[in-house]
Write a protein that binds this ligand. Structure first.
Ligand SMILES: *[C@@H]1O[C@H](CO)[C@@H](O)[C@H](O)[C@H]1NC(C)=O
Ligand SMILES: *[C@@H]1O[C@H](CO)[C@@H](O)[C@H](O)[C@H]1NC(C)=O
Length: 264
């Protein structure tokens, strides 16, 4: 009986410490403010630009032109540092996790399982071009970008190359669907081979009749044609929402990061 007061005291102490933890958690929530402040102007740019990046990745921002001038250093640090590689690698890992299960489920059906990849900022990275063209802060220069495409020296996005090979190993039909034009077929093929990509099922480029169509319309029409040819599009990887949305959509779509430009 002499123990009872001690047990009671201990359980009261436990209860009050649980209450302290809970009130600690609530006090953290109370510090969220609608007027965020940063210690320095550099920090303020990072704070703003990271939020800006979230808004463009989620498409909350809607259509946009150039990146904000104050975000050039942020975008450069994002693209050249580990963050771009890490975000891309997680997207690729999520894709692969889905792919194996999806293939097993689809094997019962007659359709040919397919994975659609975009090219620019998906299989290939144009970071070396944007590094000398303001990281998306300058107006798009079609002449200089076409020269870069013709040079056919864009490197692979490493996590996409790995995913590409893994999907091929699983037995997916790989279809490349790009906004580049038919006139750029040779340089695009040369660049893909240079970067380590091989044995794609088809490479679809914009035909003269596609010029002027939004990417959403052009790419949706081509996905519909793939399905009519007997492909079941299980996965689709692209850095733009316009690579992914519009009927028919893949069973799962995977958005890769791109804070440099927007295509509708
Ligand atoms: C666009 O790129 C071309 C080729 O590099 C260059 O000659 C031209 O001055 C550029 N245009 C602008 C507006 O920067
Ligand atoms: C593309 O390559 C093929 C075969 O090498 C060649 O016949 C054709 O002229 C090239 N096309 C262009 C636009 O350079």
């Amino acid at each position: 009986m002499r123990l009872l007061p001690l047990v009671l005291a201990l359980s009261l102490a436990a209860a009050s410490s649980a209450a302290a933890t809970a009130s600690g958690a609530w006090s953290v929530l109370r510090t969220v403010t609608d007027a965020p402040t940063a210690a320095s102007s550099d920090d303020a740019d990072t704070l703003f630009c990271d939020s800006w990046r979230l808004s463009v990745e989620t498409a909350n921002a809607g259509p946009w032109g150039a990146i904000p001038v104050r975000c050039v250093a942020f975008v450069q640090a994002y693209m050249e540092g580990p963050r771009y590689a890490s975000d891309s690698a997680v997207a690729a890992a999520d894709s692969l996790a889905f792919a194996s299960g999806a293939l097993a489920a689809a094997e019962a059906g007659a359709a040919k399982p397919a994975w659609v990849f975009d090219v620019d900022e998906t299989l290939l990275t144009n970071a070396p071009y944007y590094a000398v063209n303001g990281w998306g802060s300058q107006e798009f220069n079609e002449t200089s970008f076409d020269e870069w495409v013709d040079a056919a020296k864009a490197p692979a996005l490493p996590s996409s190359l790995k995913l590409y090979k893994e999907l091929q190993g699983l037995g997916f039909h790989i279809i490349l669907l790009t906004g580049r034009t038919e006139f750029q077929r040779n340089s695009t093929e040369a660049n893909l081979l240079f970067a380590g990509y091989q044995s794609w099922e088809k490479l679809i480029l914009r035909q003269p009749s596609d010029i002027g169509k939004t990417a959403v319309l052009y790419k949706s029409e081509r996905r519909a044609a793939m399905e009519a040819e007997g492909f079941k599009i299980l996965g689709n990887s692209g850095d733009q929402w316009s690579d992914l949305i519009g009927p028919p959509m893949a069973t799962r779509s995977f958005k890769l990061p791109n804070p440099m430009y927007f295509i509708s």
